[in-house]
Design a binder for this molecule. Structure first.
Ligand SMILES: *Cc1c(COP(=O)(O)O)cnc(C)c1O
Length: 244
């Protein structure tokens, strides 16, 4: 089924966040079942970028615990408003500028978007001692797009090696955002490539278990190819009208 057809059958307007979350959860269950996987092996990250703290609180009230943010300043404001919700897990999923690593090191349990050693080193050095090591995914530029961040597949092994020696970072796996104009088949191939790259790291001896891939429009394809975390914004919170 084409993405366009998918989307026509999934209107996001007029749904409360509770309904939308239930629908996304059902899609994850179905996709896992179709792939012969236990749905508990797929973790849903609710991507709350550009959404108000109140939307996060509503999702939280409906059992959602993992939230993804792309912009440091916006995330910090939301975290301050929501700091009473103690077991909420924040995931940083946006591009990381090397001069803005400190608040990311201090305020996120997971960081999905590390793509160079310099940024990793700064995050490691700035991770506060009272917190557990940050859980890390390396972002791979899986479709080799010149405009997209992410380490290339050829440089991945060297970056994994460097990060694995950083005690305040725990390397968990890989993240990718495939090309926006991929056909569903190309999307499968991109996700499969990322899965193969993870398997290759495991073969090299790295204890990695996480594949962060799949968003609102392609979470089924991602789960079919082994995603263990899907990052879903639009289909939970609605269209982002207040884009930056
Ligand atoms: C915005 C974003 C998402 C969510 O995308 P939707 O299509 O709204 O589900 C997932 N991952 C990253 C890295 C994003 O920036």
């Amino acid at each position: 089924m084409s993405k366009a057809t998918h989307n026509m059958h999934r209107p996001v307007i007029n749904h409360t966040i509770a309904d939308a979350l239930a629908k996304v959860t059902a899609r994850i269950q179905q996709a896992a079942q179709a792939a012969g996987r236990n749905c508990e092996t797929v973790r849903l990250i609710a991507v709350s970028k550009t959404q108000p703290a109140d939307a996060v609180a509503q999702a939280y009230a409906n059992g959602q615990r993992d939230f993804g943010e792309n912009y440091v300043q916006e995330a910090l404001e939301k975290q301050a408003e929501l700091n009473a919700l103690a077991d909420l897990q924040w995931h940083f999923i946006g591009p990381i500028q090397s001069n803005k690593t400190r608040p990311i090191a201090e305020n996120f349990a997971w960081i999905h978007s590390i793509d160079r050693e310099k940024v990793a080193q700064r995050l490691n050095d700035q991770r506060p001692p009272h917190l557990p090591p940050a859980q890390i995914c390396l972002q791979v530029n899986i479709d080799d797009e010149s405009t997209k961040s992410g380490v290339s597949l050829t440089e991945l092994s060297a970056l994994a090696k460097a990060v694995s020696h950083m005690p305040r970072l725990q390397l968990r796996g890989l993240m990718a955002i495939p090309a926006a104009d991929n056909t569903p088949e190309q999307q499968h191939q991109a996700f499969r490539k990322l899965h193969n790259a993870l398997t290759e790291l495991q073969t090299q001896g790295y204890q990695v278990d996480t594949l962060s891939m799949g968003m609102s429009g392609d979470l089924e394809e991602a789960i079919a190819e082994g995603a263990t975390m899907v990052r879903v914004g639009t289909d939970i919170f609605g269209t982002r009208t207040n884009t930056r």
